[in-house]
Structure formats: structure tokens, C-alpha cells
Design a protein around this ligand. Structure first.
Ligand code: SF4
Length: 379
């Protein structure tokens, strides 16, 4: 059965078609498109903020040096009135370090639910009472059909996501067949997200033509144990290292708003610098029913803009991608995020839920006069 990126849904336990939450092996899926947080009132820019932003501008644009984590902490602590200035600097840094191109990606959940891991944000974990029903591995034809739809919406990158702890031999064989198939038949760059890999698996994935491998650190090392107990942050870190060792680009994302502190978000930036990702998807928690984080509040839209900007200022050369939770978190401020440091986005569905229509995102990029094209890490 063909799988549509724009229409694919999975049935809930009652048999009804439902939007489903997704996990973060690839990208946290957004929830149904609930109303965004109310617009915050904004104070005026502060004198102190103007000074810190000017100093950061000199460092990043004139001296072309990375900010220290202390400098980033000071920027992250600025009052709301300074967020537009922070966003404007982040946009200028993105243009200077990465250019004006925006990369568009389609992702496909090629094996959904039933994951044995216990990531507390993830509705694909078999340990929680979420409405997600496990769906087995998609066929080659289903994957290819979804890839062709990705081409039709103008994407250059196609990410296959599997809800697993790591690939077993059956999945490895599948990947060694579908990655070259999709590349050959569509011309798309193919990314894979299949959990923790060992050295030989990383070698085989690279040999199959995997362009990027996604493996998220999700959160800081100091907070990870509060969110996941079935594997460690160090295991994730080791997989990230193997990806680069075998010549694939690393896509390594974060999920914000799980209860981490401001300091732990800055810690994340420092840890991402250690694994040198080509791409960093920024996910915002979309609390999923049945998961331990179901009752967490959604992040405020202005705060999300602040953190997009801080991540860009901390990681000036990466492909910073809008990922899961952006619709519900940012609402009408999604275009502002594109001018706060973002230079890539996922269009169509996320893992197992629907994003907004691809046409809306493409219209947003056209309105912003942002050209679409393939990106690779600048440095
Ligand atoms: S490892 Fe499993 S539970 Fe954890 S984010 Fe990935 S799919 Fe979800």
C-alpha cells in the first residue's frame, strides 16, 4: 500500500484514524495542531542586552570566533524585550556562516511503535499506555512511494526512521537494500535513524550510501538519566562518534522543555560541539497522552524563539532544523523562527503524526524569499 507523506495515518486502538505521537529516534512528532500559547507581552530592549548582543556580534561576525558557554548563558538570560535583538543577530549569523539556502526534508516512520526503550517523552515506547499501535517494517515499495512524494514537495533529503533500540540483522539487511534503492530511483539524499549502532553496523550503513545518520542526544548528560533509564547518554554519544568515524554526516537533535534547567540547555550546546554534528534538529516537547511527560506545559512561543537563537549563536555553522513540536509551540511565530537562526525544516508528516501541509511551509519560505536547496555542513 502506498504511504503518503501528507496523508499517512495509523489507526488507534479503537480502529479510528488518529494523529499519533512519535518518538525521538528521529524527531519528536508534534501533537495535533492545538492552539499555540497566548502571545506574551514584551518589554523593551534593555541597555545591558544591547551591550551583550553587540559583543556577541563582534565575536561571531567580525572575529568569527565561537562564543564561550558563559557568553551564551548571559545571552540566554536576557529579558524578553531583548529576544528580537537576539533573533536578529542569530539570523545574521546564519546568513554569514551558512548562507541563505534552506534545506527541506521529508521523513518517514518506516517502523512505528513497540520500542522496548523507556524514553519518557516518547509515545512509541511499548512501556507506556499511549494510543500508538505498533506497525511493522514498511515494504520497499511503501518506502519508495513515500520518497517519491518527498521529491514532489521539493525536498532534497529523505530520512527513514525506525522505532528501535538499534538495528538487528533483519533491519540492517532492509537498510542495505532500501537506502541505495531510494537514492537510485529518486536522486534524494537518504538519512537513516535506527538507534544505537556498533562499529560494523556504522560501516555497513556508510557503505550502503547513507548520507546522514540521525541519533539525538536529546538532552544534556546531567539530565538524561531523569528521562531515560534503559540506555545511557554515553551510549548515544558513542553512536554519534561512530557515525562521524565512518564518514557519514551526523544529525544530532535535542528536545527542549522536558524539565531541564537553563544551565542544562547550555550544557547541551557544549556537548553537541563535542560530537560535531552537521545538522541539529530542534524539537520542542509536545506532551503525549500516556507518557510520563503528558502533563508538562507547552513551551512559550517567545521562549522557543529565544532558544532557537541561542542554539544558532552557540552552533553557528550547523544546519539547524525545525523539527517536532514547532506548530504547537510556535503557532504564528514559525516564520519568526526562520529569521532567528533556523535554516532547514521537515515538511509534511513527522514520525507518526501530521505536520501542517507542505504547501504552507513552502509558501512561508517563498514569502521570506528564502531559496530551497541541499545543504551540507559549512565547516
Ligand atoms: S529509543 Fe524508542 S522509546 Fe526512545 S525515542 Fe527512540 S523510539 Fe522512542
Amino acid at each position: 500500500m502506498p504511504v503518503s507523506l501528507s496523508t499517512r495515518r495509523a489507526p488507534d486502538r479503537s480502529g479510528a484514524v488518529a494523529q499519533l505521537p512519535g518518538g525521538l529516534c528521529g524527531t519528536e512528532a508534534p501533537t495535533d495542531l492545538a492552539p499555540p500559547a497566548a502571545a506574551p507581552s514584551r518589554s523593551r530592549p534593555s541597555v545591558e542586552g544591547a551591550g551583550r548582543i553587540a559583543a556577541a556580534r563582534r565575536a561571531l561576525l567580525d572575529e568569527r570566533r565561537q562564543l564561550t558557554l558563559d557568553e551564551l548563558s548571559a545571552l540566554a538570560a536576557l529579558p524578553d524585550g531583548d529576544v528580537p535583538g537576539l533573533a536578529a543577530l542569530a539570523h545574521a549569523v546564519r546568513l554569514e556562516w551558512c548562507g541563505d539556502m534552506v534545506e527541506v526534508e521529508g521523513i518517514l516512520s518506516a517502523k512505528t511503535g513497540g520500542c522496548p526503550e523507556d524514553c519518557q517523552f516518547c509515545a512509541q515506547s511499548s512501556r507506556f499506555e499511549s494510543p500508538v499501535r505498533a506497525v511493522p517494517l514498511l515494504s520497499h515499495d511503501e518506502v519508495l512511494s513515500a520518497a517519491r512524494e518527498t521529491v514532489d514537495v521539493g525536498a532534497t533529503e529523505f530520512c527513514l526512521v525506525y522505532a528501535v533500540r538499534g538495528p538487528d540483522e533483519r533491519l540492517m539487511t532492509h537498510l542495505e537494500e532500501v537506502v541505495p534503492l531510494v537514492r537510485r530511483e529518486t536522486g534524494l539524499q537518504v538519512a537513516v535513524s535506527a538507534g544505537i549502532v556498533d562499529d560494523d553496523q556504522a560501516r555497513r550503513l556508510a557503505a550502503a550510501g547513507t548520507h546522514r545518520y540521525n541519533h539525538n542526544l536529546e538532552t544534556s548528560r546531567s539530565f538524561f538519566g531523569s528521562i531515560v533509564t534503559s540506555h545511557t547518554w554515553d551510549e548515544r554519544f558513542a553512536t554519534c562518534r561512530l557515525v562521524r568515524d565512518h564518514g557519514m554526516e551526523l544529525c544530532c537533535g535535542v528536545l527542549l522543555n522536558m524539565g531541564e534547567t537553563v544551565g542544562q540547555r547550555i550544557e547541551m550546546i557544549g556537548e553537541l560541539r563535542q560530537v560535531e554534528p552537521a545538522e541539529v534538529p530542534v524539537n520542542f516537547l509536545s506532551p503525549r497522552p500516556g507518557t510520563p511527560l503528558a502533563d508538562r506545559p507547552i513551551m512559550g512561543a517567545l521562549d522557543a524563539i529565544r532558544w532557537i537563537a541561542v542554539f544558532r549563536l552557540g552552533l553557528p555553522s550547523v544546519i539547524l532544523r525545525y523539527a517536532g513540536g514547532r506548530e504547537v509551540t510556535l503557532g504564528d511565530l514559525q516564520a519568526m523562527g526562520m529569521e532567528a537562526g533556523i535554516n532547514a525544516l521537515i515538511v509534511g508528516n513527522y514520525l507518526t503524526t501530521l505536520g501542517r501541509a507542505p504547501a504552507e511551509d513552502l509558501r512561508m519560505l517563498a514569502d521570506l524569499r528564502m531559496p530551497i536547496g541541499a545543504l551540507t555542513k559549512v565547516l
